[in-house]
Each structure stands twice: as structure tokens, then as C-alpha cells.
Design a protein around this ligand. Structure first.
Ligand SMILES: N[C@@H](CCC(=O)N[C@@H](CS)C(=O)NCC(=O)O)C(=O)O
Length: 204
């Protein structure tokens, strides 16, 4: 049995979406990081970093969403969300790591400093830096998606899910000017409209 720790309004949303895509039964512990629940002694025994999500698979524990989603897709989504071709598997990891390295930081900075933090904790320089960096990452995505429907191969994979879920977290991508990136925006909206994502979002 799988147990996922992390409420939907966190990076756990990526894993919830994946579990819904694959229709895997799991227990959902809605650990609320905003209420300090990821920093209790009980939770630190699961993820010593104090972050959500974390996954228990039997006696094994995993943290870091990219590793968690890799494990679930590899074990339960072979040949579909996790392609069988080794180069396509590497491309799934390429796009997942691209998301964490090129996009996630700026989106999280924007979320925190324009939307989440109280006024006195916001740093406008971080918002400006995110607005400046966003088009650089989006151009890479938009250029790559010319003539393509999906990031890897010709069907929906974990690559699409991992990238789209970050951009769709509280619709943060809508806070930016996407007018120069119609292909990437159309791809994103198509990914975010998947029924499994709606099921994940309903797990509040
Ligand atoms: N790289 C980690 C980041 C995890 C992370 O920072 N999670 C946030 C929520 S999205 C968190 O738990 N924040 C609360 C805290 O650090 O106390 C992953 O992808 O799993």
C-alpha cells in the first residue's frame, strides 16, 4: 500500500495527479506544510528535510517529488506514462529536471513574494527577477513544442505531468505574459485539462 504525505496545495499535487492518472489506490495524509505539520518530530522521521511530499511504499520511504514520481511511474506506468525506450526515459528525466532547475525556482519565488507572503516579508526584487527569467524558460519550451503534441514521444508522459503541474499550481503561469508563447500555452492548457488532474485538485 502507498501512503502519500502532503496536502494538495503543495508539490504533493504532482504526485496526486500521477496517482490519479494511473488509478492507483493509496492513503492520503494531508500534511499541511503551512501549519507546521511537515516540521513535527513524527513527520521529520519520515522526511528529515521537513518538506512535503513524502511517500511510503510498504517499508520504504521516498522524498523529493521527482524521485517519488519516477518510482511510481516506473513501477505502475511502464509503457505509458513511463516510456519503455531508454532514450525516452532519459528525456522524461531531462524535462523533469529542467522544470526543477529552470522554472520551479522562479515560479516559487513569484508565488511567495507576489502572492503568499505577508506584505512585510515580500521582496519586490524577487518578483522582478522572476518576471525577467520566465520568458527565457518559456521560449525553450515553446520552441521545443513546435510541431509536437507532447514533450516526449507522441503520448502523454510523466514529463508533461511534472512540467505542467508546477506551472498549473494555483495557475501561477497566468500571472505572466504568455502572449509570445502560444504553442507552450496551448500545450499547458491541454495538459491541465486532464480529468486526473481535476480529481487530484478535488483532494482538498
Ligand atoms: N525539492 C523538494 C521540495 C519540497 C518542498 O520544498 N516542499 C514545500 C511545499 S511545496 C514544503 O514542504 N515547505 C514547507 C517547509 O519546508 O517547511 C521536492 O520536490 O519534493
Amino acid at each position: 500500500m502507498l501512503t502519500l504525505y502532503g496536502q494538495v496545495m503543495s508539490r504533493a499535487q504532482r504526485t496526486l495527479w500521477l496517482l490519479e492518472e494511473l488509478e492507483i489506490p493509496f492513503e492520503h495524509v494531508k500534511t499541511n506544510q503551512n501549519a507546521g505539520e511537515s516540521r513535527t518530530a513524527e513527520f521529520l522521521a519520515i522526511n528529515p528535510n521537513g518538506h512535503v511530499p513524502a511517500l511510503k511504499d510498504g517499508d520504504d520511504i521516498l522524498w523529493e517529488t521527482i524521485a517519488i514520481n519516477w518510482h511510481i511511474a516506473n513501477k505502475h506506468g511502464a509503457g505509458s506514462l513511463w516510456p519503455s525506450d531508454p532514450m525516452q526515459q532519459a528525456q522524461v528525466m531531462q524535462w523533469s529536471l529542467w522544470m526543477t532547475n529552470e522554472l520551479e525556482g522562479l515560479l516559487v519565488d513569484y508565488l511567495r513574494h507576489a502572492m503568499v507572503y505577508p506584505e512585510d516579508k515580500r521582496d519586490p526584487a524577487k518578483v522582478e527577477a522572476a518576471i525577467a527569467a520566465y520568458p527565457l524558460a518559456m521560449k525553450v519550451l515553446d520552441d521545443y513544442l513546435q510541431g509536437r503534441e507532447y514533450l516526449v514521444g507522441d503520448s502523454f508522459t510523466l514529463a508533461d505531468l511534472n512540467v505542467a503541474s508546477m506551472m498549473g499550481l494555483v495557475d501561477v503561469y497566468k500571472q505572466f505574459d504568455n502572449s509570445a508563447f502560444p504553442t507552450a500555452t496551448a500545450w499547458l492548457e491541454k495538459m491541465l485539462a486532464r480529468p486526473a488532474r481535476a480529481k487530484a485538485l478535488a483532494r482538498t
